[in-house]
Write a protein that binds this ligand. Structure first.
Ligand code: HMG
Ligand code: MG
Length: 299
């Protein structure tokens, strides 16, 4: 059955903004976005990404962003880290959590982080050691769980194997990424059923991009099986620079609206959330990707 409560992980400031191809977004806007999201009740925010600025220029000011935000008690500010260099940056910036990321597809891993899945996992060993030494939690991502832009269909057993490995390495939670949003509900449940044989369902999260408009349906499906942690992006911002055609994560506003309707508690104030989506999309000069945001208007 459905959970009573859900934890929303807001990834807009990272997954959303990393994919903006226009002018570099100012540090001040990123900081304001994160602060406003915390004020709206988001308690878990992926705030920055300590990746190579040659690969993802939009995240080049990660240290400045982390230094600029006003830390709200009870809010976890997380940072994405691809290697030990990134982990050192995240630790110096006092991230509450680091996120490491691999994929169920070899070709995607090569394009995204320039190494094999096995090499990516080996790279994370020192990241995990450094994080543990500093009492920082480690979250793991597995990308391409419902399809790969280069390989097509992905074997759920391969998703399970990478997820299990990340768990054994010390991640407290594994977020399952439908990176290119190609999944459909029954497929998502089948994938989850296989992964849940190797990783307890209460340590799994859903990270669904909405490229094909299926994310809400897929979320509703996997929530029936016990998923209660959901990654979302304000106004549906984002995508992945190494997954052509990928659009943003499911919009935070849309998920909160759905969960409100289902009587599932999130602690998030939708009336405060909607104006944030309008504001940030205006700043970026792009359209608002949240249907709920559009329906609830601009003022
Ligand atoms: P590489 O070129 O193979 O590595 O990149 P390198 O070690 O040769 O480094 C190249 C240069 O980058 C060097 O600088 C390094 O110092 C520097 P140079 O010597 O040429 O001046 N460098 C760094 N600088 C700052 N911070 C660092 C760092 N590391 C190296 N951490 C690397 C390998 C992994 C670094 C690169 O491929 C990379 O940064 N990739 C990141 C790609 C990325 O951010 N993708 C998007 C995030 S994943 C995602 O969105 C999916 C997710 O949302 C889930 C889903 O939706 O499925 C999580
Ligand atoms: Mg993503």
């Amino acid at each position: 059955g459905l959970p009573n409560k859900a934890r929303i992980v807001e990834v807009g400031p990272r997954d959303g903004l990393q994919n903006e191809s226009g002018a570099v977004i100012s540090t001040a806007i990123k900081v304001e976005l994160i602060n406003r999201l915390a004020e709206a009740g988001l308690s878990h925010i992926e705030a920055a990404s300590f990746v190579s600025p040659k690969w993802v220029p939009q995240m080049g000011d990660a240290a400045e962003v982390m230094a600029g935000i006003t830390r709200k008690t009870g809010v976890a500010y997380a940072a994405l880290t691809p290697n030990i260099k990134g982990a050192e940056g995240a630790i110096a910036a006092h991230a509450d959590e680091v996120a490491i990321f691999s994929a169920a597809s070899e070709s995607f891993t090569q394009k995204n982080i320039n190494c094999s899945i096995a090499e990516s996992l080996a790279r994370f060993i020192p990241v995990i050691e450094a994080a543990k030494k500093n009492n920082i939690r480690i979250r793991g991502y597995v990308s391409t769980v419902l399809g790969c832009p280069y390989e097509g269909d992905i074997d759920p057993a391969q998703v399970a194997a990478v997820a299990r490995e990340l768990l054994d390495m010390g991640c407290y939670e594994i977020s399952l990424g439908d990176t290119i949003g190609v999944g459909t509900p029954v497929k998502a449940r089948k994938m989850l059923a296989r992964v849940a044989k190797d990783v307890p369902i209460n340590q799994l999260a859903a990270h669904f991009h909405d490229t094909y408009g299926q994310a809400l349906a897929n979320l509703y499906a996997v929530m029936q099986d016990g998923i209660s942690v959901i990654d979302t992006s304000i106004a549906g911002l984002g995508g992945c620079p190494y997954a052509k055609g990928a659009s943003g994560n499911v919009a935070t506003e849309d998920v909160v609206y759905m969960l409100n309707g289902l009587g599932i508690e999130t602690g998030i104030d939708l009336d405060k959330l909607v104006p944030i989506g309008h504001w940030i999309t205006q700043e970026l000069g792009r359209s608002n990707g949240s249907k709920v945001g559009l329906a609830m208007g601009c003022d």
